[in-house]
Design a protein around this ligand. Structure first.
Ligand code: HEC
Ligand code: HEC
Length: 194
C-alpha cells in the first residue's frame, strides 16, 4: 500500500515537471529539435533572455558609439578576438588604455555566452560550430534565423533605422536583457506582426 502511494506521488511529480517544461518551451519546433538542452536545465533557466549589463565602465566605454551589447550574446573566443584588435574595430578606432582593455576583456569573457544559464545565450552557442568566431552578433546563425522574415525596407532601407546592429532601436527592453517578440517596435513602422 505504502509503495503504491509512493509510486503514484512520484508519477505525479514527474508528470508535473514534464507539463511545466512543455508549457515553458516557447519556441518553434525547429529549435526544440536542434538544441541539446536537458529539460531540467531548461526548467531552471532564468526568465530573461540574456544577463543585463551591470558593469558601469563597460556601459560607458562600449556603449558610447552603439548599444552596449550584453556579453552573453557572443562566445568568449569572439570577445577575445575583438578586444585584441580594438584599433581596427569595424572601420573605427575603439582603442582603450591597457588597464581598461584588460578589465573589460575579463568582464566579457567571464560573462560570455559559453556558460551562461540564459536561454538566448545557449541558443546562440548551439547555433555555432566550435571553430566559428563571429565578430558580429548579427552574423550568428541564430540571429539570422530569428530576423530573416523582416524585410529590408524596415531595416537597411528604413531611414529611421539603417541596420540590425541597433538592437535597442527595435527591442524596447533590450537594455534589461529582454528580447521578447512582443516588445518589438520598429522605428517608423511600429509593432511587429508575423
Ligand atoms: C568609436 C566607436 C565605437 C566604440 C567605442 C565601440 N564600438 Fe563596437 N562598433 C562600432 C561600429 C561602427 C560598429 C559597426 C556597426 C554597424 O555595422 O552598424 C560596431 C560593432 C560592434 C559589434 C557588432 C554588432 C553586430 O552587428 O552584431 C560588437 C559586438 C561591438 N561593436 C562591440 C563593442 C565593444 C565590446 C566595445 C568596447 C570595447 C565597442 N564595441 C566599442 C563602433 C564602436
Ligand atoms: C528591425 C528591428 C530589430 C532590430 C534592429 C533587432 N531585432 Fe531582434 N527581433 C526583431 C523582431 C521583429 C523579432 C521577432 C521575429 C519573429 O519571431 O518573427 C526579433 C527577435 C529577436 C530575438 C528572438 C526573440 C524571441 O522571442 O524569439 C532575439 C534574441 C533578438 N531579436 C535579439 C536581437 C539583438 C541581440 C539585436 C541586435 C544585435 C536585435 N535583435 C536587433 C526586430 C529587431
Amino acid at each position: 500500500m505504502k509503495n503504491m502511494t509512493t509510486f503514484i506521488t512520484a508519477t505525479g511529480v514527474i508528470g508535473l515537471i514534464l507539463t511545466a517544461s512543455l508549457v515553458m518551451g516557447d519556441d518553434d519546433k525547429y529549435e526544440r529539435n536542434e538544441r541539446d538542452e536537458g529539460f531540467l536545465s531548461q526548467l531552471f533557466s532564468k526568465k530573461t533572455d540574456v544577463a543585463p549589463v551591470k558593469n558601469a565602465v563597460y556601459k560607458e566605454e562600449c556603449g558610447s558609439c552603439h548599444f552596449a551589447y550584453q556579453p552573453g550574446l557572443l562566445p568568449a573566443r569572439s570577445w577575445k578576438k575583438m578586444m585584441g584588435d580594438l584599433e581596427n574595430h569595424f572601420d573605427e578606432n575603439a582603442e582603450l588604455d591597457k588597464d581598461t582593455q584588460i578589465a573589460l576583456t575579463k568582464y566579457l569573457v567571464e560573462n560570455a555566452a559559453d556558460d551562461a544559464n540564459y536561454k538566448r545565450s545557449r541558443r546562440i552557442m548551439n547555433s555555432l560550430s566550435k571553430n566559428d568566431t563571429p565578430l558580429r552578433i548579427t552574423e550568428t546563425p541564430y540571429f539570422i534565423r530569428k530576423h530573416d522574415e523582416i524585410p529590408k525596407r524596415m531595416v537597411q532601407d528604413n531611414p529611421k533605422l539603417g541596420s540590425f546592429s541597433k538592437c535597442a532601436a527595435c527591442h524596447v527592453n533590450a537594455e534589461k536583457g529582454s528580447y521578447e517578440e512582443d516588445d518589438v517596435r520598429i522605428p517608423g513602422i511600429g509593432k511587429w506582426d508575423d
